[in-house]
Structures are given as structure tokens and as C-alpha cells.
Write a protein that binds this ligand. Structure first.
Ligand code: PMM
Length: 269
């Protein structure tokens, strides 16, 4: 078993569900990104648009102003991924040093996205998605959630390959909480191995989401980091490539536990 990488979440937004407004200035965002690196983040995922249910979208100019200086500064220190659905933002941030485009819409949010990523030759996170935050809860209906999410995601992978993205550059993500109820998210968490079996790297973003609150008596997002770390262990056991989380230190600790039990002989004495 290889340790899953930890992708630290850096939302430069006024309205993300768990950290909106906390790192809204460029200086605060860069400082927090460096703090996440010090905690052991392997990748920093920088986003300028909240995708939470009901979120109102910023325009592209505003989104770019939020993320670009932060991408420029942090790319010198760590692998940077950019959480965006817009081709224009992808292009500008790749030029500034971003190595991964994390598109929660799997190319559905902007018809130019897949070509942009193909031409740039960077890694692409292709997430399962059924609609923007304002409406996605209306689409949280499945007969067989794992098969449907997997089939729909692989359909988007096909579109990405058809647009010219190399298959080995494509990372898939079941999109926990995106057009999903808690029962769907938990079912997916138990079946991540089916996503891993596609041969693509798998990214999982469970951090502080509603499905965790559902088993914690409705506790607020900032009280969900221990539960997030428990999900990271379940991810490690199923061969997930990376976990995306706000509390990087908690994930590194949880993953150290998962690795130790997997291979006790490899422990430092
Ligand atoms: N979740 C959020 C945002 N971006 N990207 C990927 N690839 N996977 C996710 O599950 C995901 C994401 C939710 O918003 P947050 O930034 O406030 O956690």
C-alpha cells in the first residue's frame, strides 16, 4: 500500500461552506497555503469559486483576481492544483505554475476546458457532477449510486481523452456531496475500490462535508475533522491516490496509522 497524497484545500472565497472568508486576502491565503505545506500537504488546491449547494458564482474576472497571485506564489513551493470549472482560469493559472486542473464539473461547466487542458499537457481531475451548486441537490437521485456515478464519470473521461488529454493524466473523483445525499456519499466511500479498479488515480474529497455531519448529530463543519481523518483511512485501505482536505495534519496522522498497520516492518525503530 502506498500512502495516499494529501491535497490541502485553500479556498480564496468569501463563501465556501467551511472556510469561506478566512483566507480571502492574497496575503492570508499564501500564508495559510504555506502553513498547510508545513503540516505535510503534498499538493495545494487553490479555488476561487465556492461550489457549496446554493452558491452564487463569481464572474471569471473576479475568480482570476482571487486565485492568480496565490497560484504564482505557492507554485514556487509546492505542486499547485487549481479548482476551477473555467477554461480561461485554467489557462491563466497553468501559465502561472499550476500543474493540476481540478474541474469539479468534469468538463461540463465550460465547453473549452478539455481542449485547454489537453493543449497544456497538465494533470486533470475529472469529478462526477450533475449541475451547479445552485441546483445540484435536485439531481441527488440514484437507483444504484456506485454504478451510475462510475459510469457517468467514465463517460467524462472518454470525452477528456477524445479532446486529447492523455489517459494517465486523468484523475477521477466520485464528487462526494455533489448532487448526493448522505446515503449516496457513504455508499460511495465503501466502494472506492471500484473507482481504483479503473486504473485511474482516484482523488476523494470528504473533508467536513454534510454526510459526515449526518453521523455526528448534525455537528458544524469545523467539528468534522476527526471523521474526515477516519474516511482518509478507509481511502488508504482501498488504494485511493489522494485525499483532499482542510485539516492536513489530521489526515497525515490518520494515514501514518493506516500505513503502520499495513506494513509494520517498514516502521522506523
Ligand atoms: N469538493 C469541494 C470542492 N472541490 N474538488 C474535488 N476534486 N473533489 C471534491 O470533493 C471537492 C472539490 C467542496 O468544497 P470545499 O472546497 O469547501 O471543500
Amino acid at each position: 500500500m502506498e500512502r495516499p497524497l494529501v491535497m490541502g484545500v485553500l479556498n480564496v472565497t468569501p463563501d465556501s461552506f467551511s472556510d469561506g472568508g478566512r483566507w480571502a486576502s492574497t496575503e492570508q491565503a499564501i500564508a495559510h497555503g504555506l502553513e498547510l505545506v508545513a503540516q505535510g500537504a503534498d499538493i495545494i488546491d487553490i479555488g476561487g469559486e465556492s461550489t457549496r449547494p446554493g452558491a452564487v458564482r463569481p464572474d471569471a474576472k473576479e475568480e482570476l483576481a482571487r486565485v492568480l497571485p496565490v497560484v504564482e506564489a505557492l507554485s514556487a513551493e509546492v505542486v499547485v492544483s487549481v479548482d476551477t470549472m473555467r477554461a480561461e482560469i485554467a489557462g491563466a493559472t497553468i501559465a502561472a505554475g499550476a500543474q493540476i486542473i481540478n474541474d469539479v464539473s468534469g468538463g461540463l461547466g465550460d465547453s473549452g476546458m478539455l481542449r485547454m487542458v489537453a493543449d497544456a499537457g497538465v494533470d486533470y481531475v475529472c469529478q462526477h457532477w450533475r449541475g451547479h451548486g445552485a441546483v445540484m441537490d435536485n439531481f441527488a437521485s440514484y437507483a444504484d449510486v456506485v454504478t451510475e456515478v462510475l459510469t457517468e464519470t467514465m463517460g467524462r473521461v472518454e470525452a477528456a481523452v477524445a479532446a486529447g488529454i492523455a489517459p494517465e493524466r486523468i484523475i477521477i473523483d466520485p464528487g462526494l456531496g455533489f448532487a448526493k445525499k448522505a446515503v449516496h456519499d457513504w455508499t460511495l466511500v465503501g466502494s472506492l475500490h471500484r473507482f481504483v479498479a479503473t486504473g485511474h488515480r482516484v482523488l476523494v474529497g470528504a473533508s467536513r462535508k454534510r454526510f459526515l455531519g449526518a453521523v455526528l448529530g448534525g455537528r458544524a463543519p469545523d467539528g468534522r475533522d476527526v471523521a474526515t481523518a477516519a474516511v482518509s483511512v478507509l481511502c488508504a485501505r482501498q488504494g485511493v491516490w489522494a485525499v483532499r482536505a482542510h485539516d492536513v495534519l489530521a489526515q497525515r496522522d490518520a494515514l501514518a496509522v493506516a500505513m503502520a498497520v499495513d506494513d509494520p516492518m517498514a516502521l522506523p525503530v
